[in-house]
Design a protein around this ligand. Structure first.
Ligand code: PDD
Length: 277
């Protein structure tokens, strides 16, 4: 199995990650998860642009251009014969003696990427999944795709222990997003999703969703909604790179509408499938 390590393709077994890599010690870095469909990157450009933006937000300058990274990723897909799966990539501030201060400017960021085979969650997308609500205890820069995911992990674990798929986070009652997905509702024939502020990650799948909705005459508005509004909605669904478009049929043990995936959600799934073919 091949991986990318600092600009070149290497055997995974040959990797040497330093104990003082700042990603390892501080979570001092950013990441992306990109879908691979039919052996090619889905919205690769958008993910790499977001990676650069996330890195810049924490003052990491990535020493590779988008096209260099893209070429490396495509080579990795080919070397690993990946047809359907994901690429994980992360950039950290590099290796330096542990110190809360940034290292000197000559320290190069570490860049790793690897592939994994992953099917689309077909069955869950057909049947729908359940969720819980949790207080959003994250920091105020959720727009940065930072390696620091502890609150997300705690939320997801709590959901799993309740037998649910996802935890829907809210700040004093205003729904933000899932632990690793964005969330939207359908009410009065309109789709609503949280605006792309500092309180959520502006998902690439969310952006695809905005685009396909508008192109197909579905009304979608970027406006925050309350937990109460969500529970009363006609439909609730998640969007994300690994989640795709996922109906939520029950939240905090309460059925959403009749407890079945809704028509708008199904329509969006069909439109999304057209895009990824
Ligand atoms: N998570 N919100 C959060 C907090 C996320 O972690 C993610 C993605 C999303 C959806 O973003 P996108 O559509 O760009 O994948 C929203 C990835 C898949 C992960 O951490 O595994």
């Amino acid at each position: 199995e091949k991986v990318i390590f600092n600009g070149s393709i290497t055997e995974r077994s040959q990797l040497n990650i330093d104990i003082e890599d700042r990603g390892y010690q501080f979570g001092d870095g950013v990441y992306e998860v990109i879908r691979v469909y039919n052996g090619s990157l889905f919205t690769g450009e958008e993910h790499l642009q977001r990676l650069i933006k996330s890195a810049e937000s924490i003052q990491i300058k990535i020493p590779y251009s988008i096209s260099e990274m893209k070429n490396l990723l495509l080579k990795l897909i080919e070397e690993n014969n990946l047809y359907l799966g994901i690429i994980y990539l992360q950039i950290t501030r590099g290796v330096s003696q542990r110190n809360h201060l940034f290292p000197s400017a000559d320290v190069e960021p570490s860049f790793v990427a690897y592939t994994r085979e992953l099917q689309s969650p077909t069955e869950a997308m057909e049947k729908g999944v359940t969720a819980i609500t949790v207080e959003d205890i994250r920091w105020l820069r959720c727009d940065i795709k930072s390696l620091n995911l502890l609150p997300n992990l705690l939320a997801k674990q709590k959901a799993s222990e309740a037998g649910c798929f996802e935890a829907l986070q809210h700040r004093s009652g205003a729904v933000t997003e899932g632990s690793s997905s964005n969330v939207s509702i359908v009410a009065d024939g309109k789709i609503k999703t949280h605006p792309a502020t500092n309180l959520i990650l502006n998902g690439i799948t969310r952006q695809v969703l905005l685009d396909i909705s508008r192109k197909n005459g579905l009304e979608i508005i970027e406006e925050a909604f309350s937990v109460e509004e969500m529970l009363q909605a006609d439909e609730v669904f998640l969007s994300g790179t690994t989640t795709e478009i996922m109906p939520i049929i029950e939240i905090d043990k309460q059925k959403i509408a009749n407890g079945q995936p809704g028509l708008v959600t199904k329509q969006l799934q069909a439109l999304f499938n057209e895009k990824i073919k």
